[in-house]
Design a protein around this ligand. Sequence first.
Ligand SMILES: [Zn+2]
Length: 96
Amino acid sequence: MLSRGLTSIGKVGLRIGALTNVDPEALRFGYETMVVDTPLAGSTLEIESLPVKAICRKCGLSFEAHDFICVCPNCESGDNDVTQGQELEISYLEAE
Ligand SMILES: [Zn+2]
């Protein structure tokens, strides 16, 4: 995974969507323990929390869903596609 000459990772960027039910604080807290004896030991975790977003199928409006209630604020349709909120991915790794 690490290329030659790269000794350690300084920062790990994570994107976590609200729909994943991952608690960023709990993850941050457990991170140091999880990465002991891995190439990630000593690195810091930067978490970007992503709110739930959806696009209305009726009027095409893109909106942010609050409290997981996906109802279009424009036409009040509940028929929409979730476009953001399911992410659980590494956005970047920063070598030291
Ligand atoms: Zn709508």
